[in-house]
Design a protein. Sequence first.
Length: 331
Amino acid sequence: MQSPSIKDVLGKLISLTGERDTNSLEISLAQTLFDLVAPGAVVIYRAVNIDKHIFSATAIGDEAYDGMIPDSLLQALEECARTAKCVSYKGDGALPVELYPLMCAKSQPLAVVAIESTQHEKHFHEVTEMLLQIYQNFIGLINDNERDTLTGLLNRKTFERKIGKVITQIQNSSKRKDDQSSRQYFLAIFDIDHFKHVNDQYGHLIGDEVLLLFSQLMTQGLRDKDLLFRFGGEEFVGVFECLNAAEMQMVLDRFREKVGAFSFPQVGRVTISTGFTDISGFDVSTQLIDRADLALYYAKNHGRNSVYRYETLIESGELQESKIESDIELF
């Protein structure tokens, strides 16, 4: 096969950098590599949790990925991700596989790209590495724009786009008569109890450390598919998919207990209050924030260190439906 022309490469780069959604961008990268490097298959193994040997995959090409990762390949993926170096792998397939690391801006493993190909000439290897470097740089720009500087969680600006996609997904799901899914979506607001006292007593540097550690507890203690945002100050938002409200309550209570059991350096134990609400296809973001915020303040006014669902509070008469906009700081 001939080397890809400059026109071919530039055309693919235009298509690749036109994406903003990270999942779509990942698929576009795999398709670009497949088209330009002409492999038998391309699989992007996202490093979900290397310590727990967890990778999720996006595949392009015939028989590229059957959902199973052999132990020998898993070992090669982990080596590639940890060393940030290319690794050659020969499994049961007819074609050899080259593994390329994808690293995020903080030099942490983001994913491993597996290219199954008969092409091993130097120029194909160089094209692949340059495309991956461009992708890494572009992902870095997206992350800088979408994520909170201190915690690394998604930021307030990104929330509107993400919640809009969730609501659209719910609307589309309800239109499909053959859709048997019974999953539901929920929005929760988390607030660190007495955080002003932490700042006043220990200073803002320690306060920032508490926020950073709390965000890490969110990332570790909640599920990989959950959307987690920092709205500012000590307020955080999560968007979740669960079987029902009871499961959502259990997930949030379990996380509340995890935070309460954690010892923050110098500060010791802190607790959180949480309010959550159901998401429907008829909602807009301000309504969701308002309802979850009302449930949160109910928790704040009734002992803190607790989780309350807005709809349950309405049904029990503990709260009255309100049209007043939330006073959470939106910026």
